[in-house]
Design a protein around this ligand. Structure first.
Ligand code: CA
Length: 229
């Protein structure tokens, strides 16, 4: 079955060009020309990927992304203006999977789409069994975390970071690996973002439940351990 891609882009010429190229590659596409219509379509939930322009009438692309992420983990590639570094950083922080800068070569867009679809395939329902670590349980399908019977509220990035650690239980992951898996290889923000988010996770897990789940391995990185010692 071919992947379904939603194109949210107000410049109709670009939208049509991208649609033509994607259709040619065998993808199914739909278009929306403003933020509100795009969000509505994206929330309908039957897309495999959303191409989201940042500069949109109605709702901005970042606002569409923020609202979308409240309910959906559908992969999003942001389309930003050249040099709009802030948009890229905010977009990735808010849970965009990748971004591409206008004007782009169609080959680059296609490569990024393939990469993001490949990444998310690994998290498809067949691979989405709940992850456990002692009393900690993360359910990727429902996007929930609980310690024993107590639900834990995590932001999108905190969730991804914890998921990555739990998928590699008892394996030490370097900061670079975590940065790449959670924030993307071309992340442009602060490099200590991993440490900051590890601290957030510890505040919400280790501190609240008085356990030691996330261990620092000095000079190497972080590991989550199942035995809680
Ligand atoms: Ca635009």
């Amino acid at each position: 079955m071919s992947a379904r891609i939603l194109i949210i882009e107000d410049e109709q010429k670009i939208a049509r060009f991208v649609e033509l190229e994607l259709t040619h590659e065998g993808y199914e596409t739909e278009k929306a020309f403003d933020g509100r219509a795009g969000l509505e379509l994206a929330l309908r939930g039957d897309f495999d990927l959303v191409l989201l322009d940042v500069m949109l009438p109605g709702l901005s692309g970042l606002e569409v992304l923020r609202r979308l992420r409240n309910e959906s983990s559908v992969p999003v590639i942001m389309v930003t203006a050249r040099d709009a570094v802030m948009d890229k950083v905010s977009g990735l922080d808010m849970g965009a999977n990748d971004y591409i800068t206008k004007p782009f070569a169609i080959e680059e867009l296609l490569a990024r789409i393939r990469a993001v679809l490949r990444q998310t395939e690994q998290h498809s329902p067949a691979h989405m069994a709940a992850l456990r670590c002692g009393a900690l349980c993360l359910d990727p399908a429902r996007h929930t975390v609980a310690y024993g019977d107590t639900p834990v509220n995590l932001t999108y990035k905190e969730f991804l970071l914890l998921q990555t650690l739990m998928e590699n239980r008892d394996i030490v992951l370097s900061r670079d690996t975590l940065l790449e898996r959670v924030w993307g290889y071309d992340y442009l923000g602060e490099t200590n973002v991993v440490d900051v988010y590890i601290r957030y996770l510890r505040q919400k897990l280790d501190d609240v439940f008085d356990v030691k789940l996330i261990h620092t391995v000095r000079g190497v990185g972080y590991v989550i351990k199942g035995d809680e010692t």
